[in-house]
Design a protein around this ligand. Structure first.
Ligand SMILES: Cc1cc2nc3c(=O)[nH]c(=O)nc-3n(C[C@H](O)[C@H](O)[C@H](O)COP(=O)(O)OP(=O)(O)OC[C@H]3O[C@@H](n4cnc5c(N)ncnc54)[C@H](O)[C@@H]3O)c2cc1C
Length: 227
């Protein structure tokens, strides 16, 4: 009988690797599968690493406040350098429309208890001397937000996951599932079949395609960010 895992994670990215680490830490057997050659080769590696709680949706704010807590204590907890910086986050406005939008959003953010305020053009320039001043109207500023290295963070999670016993298969795109009586029992890649009753689809922008392999239609729509 082939080994059966407690959890199979499809996608070794920003979501999949930390989840695998947490499960493995709890003593669960975990297998991570990715079509690329190593962890963090998808969107994870394109992110600039901004970690902010300044959103407009309550759920997102709560999750991101918890993220800041975790990222800011990572080195103490795990001993790994992830380049956390409590450097704050700002959204400068150059048009009246953007200023109105940011100030309106700020009221919602403040009502959720977020530490965010409006800086005048001069105050913002002092904080950020490199900013283009032409047409600048001011900026939001949330000092408790920060940043970390996506590369170092995902590597740290990956090696902790391995230390806790997680296994991984790279260069193996998931191509299908075995479904018995409406439940997934195994995951098929181009080169192998892996058994588990629990599968996490952490394929990011490709999650819709992975769901489709199981006959599930979920409206995951990706959109482009510039870097
Ligand atoms: C330019 C840019 C800047 C960004 N900046 C920030 C930022 O500052 N802060 C922030 O929080 N977010 C930022 N993001 C967003 C962030 O990068 C993503 O939200 C995050 O990486 C998504 O994580 P994920 O695990 O869902 O996807 P990914 O990290 O993309 O992981 C998905 C993985 O699934 C794998 N996969 C897909 N299909 C299959 C398959 N069939 N079989 C096996 N494996 C498969 C992929 O190879 C990939 O490794 C930015 C994004 C971009 C593009």
């Amino acid at each position: 009988m082939n080994k059966s895992y407690d959890l199979i994670v499809i996608g070794a990215g920003s979501i999949g690797v930390p989840v695998a680490m947490e499960f493995a830490k709890k003593g669960q057997s975990v297998l991570v599968i990715d079509s690329l050659s190593s962890p963090g080769q998808g969107q994870d590696k394109k992110a600039i690493g901004g970690i902010r709680a300044t959103h407009s949706d309550r759920g997102k704010i709560l999750v991101c406040q918890r993220s800041i807590e975790i990222f800011s204590h990572w080195k103490e907890l795990y001993g790994d350098e992830i380049q956390w910086k409590s450097n704050g986050y700002s959204f400068p406005a150059y048009t009246e429309k953007d200023e109105d939008m940011l100030r309106d959003l700020m009221k919602i953010q403040q009502s959720f208890g977020l530490n965010i305020r409006w800086l005048s053009r001069e105050e913002y320039r002092e904080l950020n001397p490199g900013i283009s001043i032409k047409g600048l109207r001011g900026s939001t500023y949330s000092p408790e937000d920060g940043s970390a290295s996506p590369l170092l963070f995902t590597q740290s999670c990956y090696f902790k996951a391995v230390e806790y016993g997680a296994e991984s298969r790279f260069n193996e795109p998931v191509v299908g599932f075995t479904i018995e009586r409406g439940k997934i029992t195994s995951v098929k890649t181009e080169t192998g079949v892996y058994h588990s009753a629990n599968v996490l689809n952490a394929a990011g922008a490709y999650a819709r395609g992975v769901y489709k392999l199981a006959g599930i239609v979920i409206p995951v729509n990706s959109d482009s960010h510039e870097a």
